[in-house]
Design a binder for this molecule. Structure first.
Ligand code: SF4
Ligand code: SF4
Length: 304
């Protein structure tokens, strides 16, 4: 019998409308090579399951601390502290918590389980021009799992999109390209050096992959720029990214205004949020770039 391909999944979200055309199911895969300070899904950055602790739901009963085989949990004042370096991910604390204050993100699923889940909405995809979007984290990190999902979806006649950082081996991207109808390709800065400095990602590889992909499938690409005050919200940066897209014959750029919806997740993961206090942006802040798109012959959209 062939090996069953499995992968670690953060979440599967039905009826998504911002991750590509039409009505979609978005499959969020765990693991990412980048560490963007504004990441709205920090629980997806590592492949291994992530322990989230919601202090607001915690009853301070101590059940978790008493039963943790690693003695990784301590009650300190009005909250718990977790020694995550000791945690072995046994989930005893999650199973026994009466307040449902502990939650592990990241479930191992087979390709069959993912396909069963996404197939149930095929009628909606068909009438709306939608399909599935594989997002993350970075889908290419768990390549076999990702590739098998794409293959099976295509066999079922389901349209596919991928949201990618672009930080992967070109050979993988080239292999998967025929199975992908839409690439939502993130570009966080205009130069490789700045991408590296801000996100830790390989900016040279990201931009090289974008160029190579544009040579074979420019029409499938939408460049997405999360616009973040203090990191890339500068006229010359956004203009350079739009000009880069135009020079590669990429038909669309989405400028995504900064939001802080992921902020409370950092607290639950026991991490600091680097953008604390940063003001949220609106589409109106970015609307004027649409005229630059008209001038250069591509669609620039404030919002995604
Ligand atoms: S078992 Fe749950 S409710 Fe009780 S202290 Fe632990 S996290 Fe809080
Ligand atoms: S998952 Fe297991 S080892 Fe980790 S904190 Fe919970 S009970 Fe302790």
């Amino acid at each position: 019998m062939a090996d069953v391909v499995k992968g670690s999944v953060m979440e599967m979200e039905r009826f998504a409308i911002h991750d590509g055309p039409g009505i979609r199911t978005t499959v969020f895969i765990q693991g990412c090579p980048l560490r963007c300070p504004w990441c709205a899904n920090p629980e997806s950055q590592q492949i291994k399951p992530q322990l989230m602790y919601n202090v607001k739901k915690c009853l301070k009963c101590g059940t978790c601390a008493r039963n943790c085989p690693q003695h990784a949990i301590t009650i300190v004042g009005d909250h718990l502290e977790f020694d995550r370096s000791k945690c072995i991910g046994c989930k005893t604390c999650e199973r026994n918590c009466p307040g449902k204050a502990i939650n592990f993100i990241g479930d191992i699923k087979t390709v069959d389980e993912v396909i069963d889940y996404i197939s149930r909405d095929k009628d909606y995809y068909d009438v709306s021009g939608g399909g599935i979007t594989v997002s993350g984290g970075e889908p290419f990190v768990q390549f076999d799992f990702f590739y098998n999902i794409l293959q099976r979806a295509k066999e079922l006649g389901i349209s596919t999109a991928v949201e990618t950082t672009g930080d992967t081996d070109w050979e993988k991207m080239k292999k998967a390209e025929p199975l992908i109808d839409k690439f939502l390709f993130d570009m966080k800065q205009s130069t490789p050096e700045k991408i590296k400095e801000i996100t830790g990602g390989n900016g040279w590889r990201i931009q090289e992959n974008l160029r190579k992909l544009a040579e074979i499938a420019a029409e499938k690409i939408v460049i997405r720029v999360p616009v973040i005050p203090g990191y890339n919200y500068e006229e010359e940066v956004l203009t350079a990214i739009i000009e880069m897209a135009a020079s590669l014959n990429i038909p669309e750029v989405n400028l995504l205004p900064y939001h802080n919806l992921g902020e409370n997740k950092y607290e639950q993961l026991g991490r600091d949020y680097a953008l604390k206090g940063t003001k949220m942006m609106s589409k109106a802040d970015l609307k004027h770039y649409e005229a630059l798109g008209d001038k250069l012959g591509l669609k620039v959209q404030a919002g995604g």
